[in-house]
Design a protein around this ligand. Structure first.
Ligand SMILES: NCc1[nH]cc(CCC(=O)O)c1CC(=O)O
Ligand SMILES: [Zn+2]
Ligand SMILES: [Zn+2]
Length: 328
């Protein structure tokens, strides 16, 4: 079967079905990014991300329970391995005893209605901190990187993830991941959300602190997009549509509203996600703390701009606040 003819992975869940329409800000549009560490009892505050913690698996029920009560519908998981050994190929990413697989299984059993997306990348798990597998000269080795990404994604799907979301930006990984999901029988059971237009941004700093994923050398400019590259972003979006992505994401959000609008036009028949990244969140908090504006007002104004540009799904650290602020 042609890869682009596999549609059911994109609407197998009541929540992913709700993302197929375009609408006003609602609770179900918010996906909450959470950091899972490999100390099972941890709840350690992340200084650069106000209100956010690294959570151990044993803390998830107590932490997520009240949010689910208030209407939380989805989370995206990021693993933060602190104890296990990082290596060249990012083995801890899909270690069955590692934080992500353990968290998927825990959340599935405790909150069966909570939709679980998993970020798929290697930077949190490689010894060098880059998003893929490297040649000996330190450049990206694309083919094994893509194979490894497909393997990790499939292992998350097997563990029970409703959605896998590759953020590595390697060429060809969407086709490879979709192929491996389909071949293993997950074509109609797992959504593929592509970080399609992910820019090499200055706004990822707090996340790299939180996840311990700063590259040991160099930067990510050979795989993440240059901030002025509208053309590359449009090509990446169109490519990922043809490679079988179910959801197209733009990241960061606020400085790239034009790209969100482009995605909504180029992928007119797909849900459009955007990631209000760690630096955007920290920026709204910093301004509010400095008395420049009201936090809630800016949280609304920024996320409404994303919806206006065409986003139907917003990944945001403000999710718990919006569960308080938005009507049931
Ligand atoms: N590939 C890893 C990844 N996945 C999500 C983010 C950023 C999220 C945020 O800043 O909130 C990053 C950081 C990066 O590429 O360095
Ligand atoms: Zn990465
Ligand atoms: Zn390079």
């Amino acid at each position: 079967m042609e890869i682009s003819s596999i549609l059911q992975g994109g609407y197998q869940h009541p929540l992913s079905r709700s993302w197929q329409g375009r609408r006003q800000l609602t609770k179900s549009m918010f996906m909450y990014p959470i950091f899972i560490t490999d100390d099972p009892d941890a709840s350690v505050a992340i200084p650069s991300l106000p209100g956010q913690c690294r959570w151990g698996v044993n803390q998830l029920e107590g932490f997520l329970g009240p949010l689910v009560q208030k209407g939380l519908r989805s989370v995206i998981l990021f693993g933060v391995p602190l104890k296990c050994e990082k290596d060249e190929r990012g083995s801890p990413a899909d270690d069955p005893h590692g934080p992500v697989i353990q968290a998927i299984q825990k959340i599935r059993s405790v909150f069966p209605d909570l939709y679980i997306a998993c970020d798929v990348c290697l930077c949190e798990y490689t010894s060098h901190g880059h998003c893929g597998i490297l040649h000996s000269d330190g450049t990206i080795h694309t083919a094994p990187s893509v194979d490894r990404m497909a393997e990790v994604a499939l292992n998350y799907a097997r563990a029970g993830a409703h959605c896998v979301a590759p953020s590595d930006m390697m060429d060809g990984r969407i086709r490879a991941i979709k192929r491996s999901l389909v071949d293993a029988g997950f074509g109609n059971r797992c959504t593929l959300m592509s970080y399609s237009a992910k820019f090499a941004s200055g706004l990822y700093g707090p996340f790299r602190d939180a996840a311990g994923s700063a590259p040991a050398f160099g930067d990510r400019k050979c795989y993440q997009l240059p901030s002025d590259a509208k053309g590359l972003a449009r090509r990446a979006i169109q490519r990922d549509v043809t490679e079988g992505a179910d959801i197209i994401m733009v990241k960061p959000s606020l400085p790239y509203l034009d790209i969100i609008a482009d995605a909504a036009q180029l992928a007119v028949d797909h849900p459009i996600a955007c990631y209000q990244v760690s630096g955007e969140f920290a920026m709204v908090h910093a301004g509010a703390r400095a008395g420049v504006y009201d936090l809630k007002a800016l949280a609304f104004e920024t996320t409404e701009s994303m919806v206006r540009a065409g986003a139907t799904l917003i990944l945001s650290y403000f999710t718990p606040e919006f569960l308080e602020w938005l009507p049931a």
